[in-house]
Design a protein around this ligand. Sequence first.
Ligand code: RB5
Length: 146
Amino acid sequence: MTNKQPIIIGSDHAAFELKEKIKTFLSDYGLTVTDIGTKSNASVNYVDFGKKVAKAVSQKEFDKGILLCGTGLGMSMTANRFPQVRAALCSDIFAARMSRLHNDSNILVLGGRVVGDILAFEIIKTWLETPFEGGRHLERIQTIDQ
Ligand code: RB5
């Protein structure tokens, strides 16, 4: 089932162009998108943007978020410091699907220098449409923040 709740997105300069394309994709898909930047190709520190999105998801202002940097690595490291955030760096559809089914990922991280735009759209679609399985996986994710 498609989750049509508003989504928050952020990137650094390395993934700025992919972020812009993803915003169009998400809006065509029917989602309201809040973009916290960056707003251009000018060099920035990915941590500043990662923290904004992770904080918003951690504090339940948004159900889900998307973060992008060149590799996706810095954004993952940043976002996963926040309580209740389960950020999943995905470069393929299988990982995107499993990150929802088993890990209830609430932030999808993409590498703008790793995936092309069409693959990114497919990963996002899979991630948005795959539910969390719950059950034993709920018990497991509940121990992450302990
Ligand atoms: C920027 O050059 C790059 O370091 C950043 O986008 C990201 O890949 C960091 O993890």
